[in-house]
Design a protein around this ligand. Structure first.
Ligand code: A3P
Length: 334
């Protein structure tokens, strides 16, 4: 039976309003919890996940720092696991009709609706579940001895993750401001968000999910310690060799491509189905939304190195320096 929320967790939930506050990074106020900054509305969900979510040994978790390739990873993992039921060439493939976020859910989201029950309990195994949660808040559950679950982590050059984060924040702030105006107690949402301010906040780690360094580093270290449990992928390498990375991903998930599938080019078909160009053209991704966020906002350029079109070389050097310092001695570099 899944554990239920105890008094301690309720207490943790009740003190959200007293946690350190950051109001400058739209669209939501951020609160610091366990060393990381979270959008205030999802903090109760994170507490509930820790209290009631019961992992299964067959679970596969898709882990990312925000704006590092989550949507792509969701599409690839979903298409790979379900390829027997949904061949990638099929015209009615779910990814041709639904946004990847509707195919693979975030662990921390549904608990807002049912905070006292395990929202994933009814899903058949193997479950593929995504999350941005940092290792320190999740490891007790999913990395516990005997838990058996697997984690696929995608990391991205921090400069591109920053630019993607900043542009996404600007876009969503406008939509969130419109929605907030209808609230019973309207809250101000800053809609003009300059890059300099965003950059300073990102470097300080005061951004959604931040700071990025310990987020990436802890999963990197886990992947070195338990390579059979944690697969560490890089967004830039996935762009450079999508089929090779697809093979790695399928093998890790325990559903490697057979010789027959290799001969039929199934991995390449999945890569095509999940390419940013193909997904951008799906009607649901042009017109649908996740709450107030339009689905189209999840697909921008999908490139490595776009930061150079936005950041000065001084900014890039500064962020590189911050990252280098944090990663020193870890064996991980960008
Ligand atoms: P850019 O803003 O640099 O274009 P997330 O999914 O974690 O929110 O990350 C969003 C980033 O991934 C965006 O980067 C987006 O364009 C990119 N992206 C979305 N779908 C992709 C895909 N199928 N292939 C490659 N990149 C993708």
């Amino acid at each position: 039976m899944a554990p239920s929320i105890g008094d301690d967790d309720m207490a943790e939930r009740l003190v959200v309003s007293s946690l350190p506050l950051e109001t400058r990074f739209p669209p939501f106020q951020l609160r610091q919890h366990g060393g990381f900054w979270f959008p205030e509305p999802i903090l109760p969900d994170i507490v509930a996940v820790r209290a009631v979510f019961a992992p299964r040994p067959s679970d596969v978790f898709l882990l990312t720092f925000p704006k590092s390739g989550t949507t792509w990873l969701k599409a690839l993992a979903f298409a790979t696991v379900h390829r027997a039921d949904h061949p990638p060439c099929a015209p009615d493939h779910p990814l041709r009709h639904r946004n990847p976020h509707d195919c693979v859910e975030f662990l921390e989201v549904p608990y807002a609706l049912t905070p006292d029950a395990d929202a994933f309990a009814a899903l058949p195994s193997p479950r593929v579940i995504a999350t941005h949660m940092p290792y320190s808040l999740l490891s007790e559950q999913i990395m516990a001895e005997g838990a058996g679950c697997k984690v696929m982590y995608v990391c991205r050059d921090p400069k591109d993750a920053f630019i993607s984060t900043w542009l996404f924040a600007r876009k969503t702030a406008v939509a969130a401001a419109a929605e907030a105006a209808n609230d019973d107690e309207p809250r101000p949402v800053p809609t003009s968000f300059g890059m300099e301010e965003a950059f300073e906040l990102f470097c300080d780690g005061r951004c959604p999910g931040g700071p990025q360094r310990p987020h990436v580093l802890s999963y990197w270290e886990a992947s070195r310690r338990w390579p059979e449990r944690v697969l560490f992928l890089r967004y830039e390498e996935m762009l450079g060799d999508p089929v090779g990375n697809m093979r790695k991903l399928a093998e890790f998930m325990g559903c490697a491509f057979s010789g027959e599938e290799e001969a039929a080019g199934v991995a390449l078909e999945i890569v095509k189905l999940c390419s940013i160009g193909a997904l951008k053209n799906v009607e649901a991704n042009k017109s649908g939304a996740q709450n107030y966020v339009k689905n189209e906002a999840f697909f921008r350029k999908g490139l490595a190195g776009d930061w150079s079109n936005h950041m000065t070389s001084e900014m890039a050097a500064l962020l590189d320096g911050v990252i280098e310092d944090a990663l020193q001695g870890s064996g991980l570099a960008f």
